[in-house]
Design a protein around this ligand. Structure first.
Ligand SMILES: [Fe+2]
Length: 248
């Protein structure tokens, strides 16, 4: 089973279309999203339509949680809040209803998928979890691999029962050790913050345990123009060109 893992699309239609075209050419079996499909970008409704049309499963992200319960808007900084309020006005009633039903986590093919931190935290960032707590979480994890997003930065944490290691992930291929547990951050399709502008996603082969980190060029300047035209804070357009490292 070869699975594509996408995270933090953030209403970026051009990035999603480019990534899905590459996924199609790779002849994969399934695509799973790690949440934050909406917000920041200009095309949240179009992104929702594509995910629905292609029957792509997703977990709930913190941006979807703000749609489900508007009280969660208070969690966001003022710029992100403004972007989300514009997003909320764009979404159809059907899209909102679908967002409200998204699960906090998914377990498929022996793999766990969650937006923030396993087992099912949507708002917490992985870097906020102290090492001792991280080891506890890995020990308690039923699955050997948990894929997360939320930070918009690629990374891999491994635990062999004695040693915890944290590494950056860069585009390329590696093979996972069947005797280790992993938390793997898929980065971001539509608002990368790993210092490069390409849309990132992962492909994992459950049979060979091969993990492929993919980075694809897309016309981010077009997306940026649409962000500004939609009245979404300009910073979210500017950051597309550099893949800036910020929280949100
Ligand atoms: Fe996000």
């Amino acid at each position: 089973m070869k699975i594509a893992i996408l995270s933090d699309i953030h209403g970026n239609l051009e990035a999603l279309q480019t990534v899905l075209a590459e996924i199609h050419s790779l002849h994969l079996d399934e695509v799973i999203c790690l949440g934050d499909n909406i917000g920041y970008g200009p095309d949240s409704q179009a992104v929702m339509d594509i995910l629905e049309g292609q029957k792509i499963a997703s977990v709930m992200g913190n941006h979807e949680m703000a749609v489900k319960n508007r009280a969660n808007l208070a969690w966001f900084n003022p710029m992100a809040r403004k972007a989300l309020e514009i997003t909320l006005a764009q979404l159809s009633g059907t899209a909102v209803a679908k967002i409200c039903k998204l699960p906090f986590f998914l377990v498929k093919h022996g793999l766990r998928f969650v937006h923030g931190v396993p087992p099912a935290n949507i708002f917490l960032y992985l870097f906020q979890v102290p090492e001792k707590k991280l080891i506890q979480k890995l020990d308690q994890l039923q699955e050997h691999i948990c894929f997360v997003g939320h930070t918009h930065d690629l990374g891999i944490i491994s635990w062999d029962g004695a040693c915890l290691t944290k590494d950056k992930l860069v585009p390329g291929i590696c093979r996972l050790d069947e005797n280790k547990k992993y938390i793997i951050n898929a980065g971001s399709v539509g608002q990368p913050r790993d210092g490069t502008p390409e849309a990132k996603f992962l492909v994992y082969d459950t049979q060979t345990r091969q993990l492929s980190v993919r980075a694809v060029n897309y016309p981010f300047a077009d997306t940026g123009k649409k962000i500004i035209a939609a009245g979404i804070p300009k910073m979210y357009a500017e950051k597309l060109a550099v893949g800036a490292d910020i929280k949100g």
